[in-house]
Design a protein around this ligand. Structure first.
Ligand code: SAM
Length: 353
């Protein structure tokens, strides 16, 4: 059993919340919308659109991006139905949306913000998406937005100072091959479990639509802007330890449960798993480029995503101070971020075999 706290977003709708600081993740949904519509039109069997149509969002957080994602999907399904049957989908189809995330995700904020006038029924599905969370053949299209880089735990040895696998950095920078292999192995095991579970829960012919970010082949994480900011977070925690604000031991044994894979690694994992066919793997040009190049926005948006996890390890005050330092570092080194190697935003369409 892992002792790592769940990696959840900062809940609520306050100034630190993911709800207020997730426009970067939302922009990918918008940038890939036309491609998604085309994929649903071309790859979803018309026979699947009847009576009750279920959409499931895995790693939905507390909104509002999940509402954009599911609305886009429902509109694309309705459009296909209308064009191919010349009938009104509202007369024949009921939509259901299943919102999945960890049980301690802020589902209250999510449900209170459900869009008024929505044309779907909703239900929360608590639990880790690496396990089965839904009955067999219970949904038609699944979506994952910016949650396909997580692992179920930190690989063994990574946080242990006495292990040859000890990682003094707080994430997988890509430069230490032993550490990289440990992370990739864990990521591969977990992602195959995720695919196995979704393959059982999807109806035959159902689709998984996966949006997120990965590395271009041969690029190390810390050569990208996102990796550089993660390094700033680790450096800031070290600064706080040196100031005696938090314990150095705790910083040395702190690591993050995710791995940004190279494109070829993602393809290989999906192919080895064998439960899905890759129908599309698109490189999406994100309106913000690789990342917004404003030190404040960078610090605030990373805080919304990393803050709850850091607070669980070091306390809220240390987390807050760490991100103040991240902003200072980002301001000082903005030209390094500007010159970073590009990452990749992707849209993957998987069809259940
Ligand atoms: C960066 S957020 C993305 C949220 C949302 N999909 C969006 O587009 O804004 C990642 C989400 O994945 C969730 N997550 C991470 N690991 C998970 C797991 N094993 N099971 C379920 N949810 C998980 C986190 O709790 C978080 O809400």
């Amino acid at each position: 059993m892992s002792t790592t706290p769940d990696w959840i977003m900062i809940g609520g709708e306050g100034p630190e919340s993911y709800n207020q600081h997730s426009s970067y993740q939302r922009a990918l949904l918008e940038a890939a919308k036309d491609k998604m519509n085309e994929a649903i039109y071309a790859k979803l069997n018309l026979e699947l659109i009847s009576d009750r149509f279920s959409v499931a969002d895995f790693g939905c957080a507390s909104g509002p991006n999940t509402f954009v994602a599911v609305q886009n999907i429902i509109e694309a399904v309705e459009d296909k139905y209308r064009r191919e049957t010349r009938q009104n989908p509202a007369d024949n189809i009921e939509f259901q949306v299943l919102f999945n995330d960890f049980a301690n995700n802020d589902f209250n904020t999510l449900f209170q913000a459900l869009p008024p006038g929505r044309q779907y029924y909703s239900a929360g599905v608590p639990g880790s998406f690496f396990e089965h969370v839904l009955p067999k053949k219970s949904f038609h299209i699944g979506i994952i937005n910016y949650a396909f880089h997580f692992t179920s735990k930190i690989p063994k040895g990574i946080t242990d100072r006495d292990s040859p696998l000890w990682n003094k950095d707080m994430h997988c920078t890509g430069f230490n091959q032993v550490v990289k292999k440990a992370y990739l192995d864990q990521y591969s095991i977990d992602t195959k479990k995720l695919l196995d579970a979704r393959a059982e829960e999807l109806v035959p012919g159902g689709l998984m639509l996966i949006f997120g970010s990965c590395l271009r082949d041969g690029v190390n994480m810390s050569e990208t802007s996102k990796g550089i900011v993660m390094d700033f977070i680790g450096d800031s925690l070290n600064d706080l330890a040196q100031q005696g604000f938090i314990e150095q031991d705790k910083v040395d044994s702190f690591s993050t449960p995710f791995y940004f894979a190279e494109e070829c690694e993602i393809r290989q994992i999906i192919e080895e798993n064998g439960k899905f066919t890759i129908e599309a793997f698109e490189d999406i040009i994100h309106p913000n480029g690789e990342f917004p190049l404003d030190p404040k926005i960078l610090a605030v948006s990373f805080r919304a995503s990393f803050g709850a996890f850091l607070s669980a390890h070091f306390g809220h005050e240390a987390m807050r101070k760490a991100f103040e330092l991240v902003e200072v570092k980002a301001r000082k080194e903005i030209s390094r971020i500007q010159k970073a190697k590009p990452g990749m935003q992707y849209f993957i369409v998987l069809r259940k075999n």
